[in-house]
Design a binder for this molecule. Structure first.
Ligand code: ADP
Length: 253
């Protein structure tokens, strides 16, 4: 509901506040509906099926294969939901945050290298190689928050690469700005998906079968924005994807 705002004075001011209030209530209401839908689809339904599998196991009388299959399902689904819950909490934390607390001085190149190493169990067995071109990049920000950026971008590059493929990460620094590029030669992103990959809960066609929740890039986008920077993606289907970040070296208030 909206009323016509006209003129000046107390009444006009009152009408303006009324319109502001209904706009805010409208968006809260929308958020709540969204939340209820997402909650029941992403948490309640899977938890009910996890419980079903656990009960079936408890009743016994299953073959060894069935047992293994049910246990795998329970482990995978609960890991996936727990990751989703952490991401939902993180994203709502960073969405509500206006300032970045606990900033420290550190080297961004070092943090990126450490993230690649931390993900080694995901890329080494698949024969992927990393080519890093990272000079020293002195930086100031909340390092724990920035770690989510690298972990998400690099694990996506790994997830969407073909076995034996290469991933390139480079960084440069100019006039107080840091530029980082993460490029893979994997599946690529369909043009119709490219405009939505930073949206919450958006998963492109290529990832229907893969584990994920469509929150990683939304989280990355919010963190980069909070850090005063920007991120863009380019991709050619079947050829690979490139994510470019620009960050102020000593960003924030
Ligand atoms: P997900 O948990 O599905 O990886 P993200 O928010 O991290 O969620 O990514 C959203 C979607 O963007 C993915 O489902 C995938 O379709 C696409 N995407 C992200 N990174 C890449 C990449 N490096 N290569 C191909 N597709 C990607």
């Amino acid at each position: 509901m909206r009323v016509e705002e006209s003129g000046s004075g107390d009444i006009a001011e009152l009408l303006r506040s009324f319109n502001r209030m209904t706009a805010e209530l409208g968006s809260t209401e929308m958020m709540r509906n969204d939340f209820i839908n997402i909650f029941s689809h992403e948490f309640k339904t899977p938890i009910v099926s996890i419980r079903g599998f656990a009960r079936r196991l408890r009743r016994g009388g299953l073959t060894k294969e069935q047992q293994a299959e049910y246990l795998d399902f329970i482990v995978e689904e609960s890991e996936r939901r727990s990751k989703l819950a952490s991401n939902v909490l993180l994203i709502s934390r960073y969405e509500n945050q206006k300032l970045v607390a606990e900033q420290t001085d550190y080297d961004l190149d070092e943090q990126i290298r450490t993230s690649v190493l931390r993900l080694e169990s995901q890329w080494a067995p698949r024969g992927l190689i990393f080519e890093l071109d990272l000079p020293r990049l002195p930086y100031r920000n909340n390092s724990e928050m920035m770690e989510h950026v690298w972990m998400n971008l690099i694990s996506n590059a790994i997830k969407f690469s073909r076995d034996g493929g290469a991933i390139f990460i480079s960084g440069t620094q100019e006039n107080g700005r840091i530029f980082v590029t993460v490029r893979d030669e994997g599946t690529g992103i369909r043009p119709e998906d490219l405009g939505h990959i930073f949206d919450k809960f958006y998963q492109g066609d290529s990832s229907r079968v893969s584990v994920g929740n469509g929150l990683g890039l939304a989280l990355v986008h919010r963190i980069v924005e909070l850090s005063g920077g920007s991120i863009t993606a380019e991709s050619t289907l079947g050829k690979g994807s490139t994510f470019r970040l620009e960050l102020p070296a000593t960003p924030l208030r």
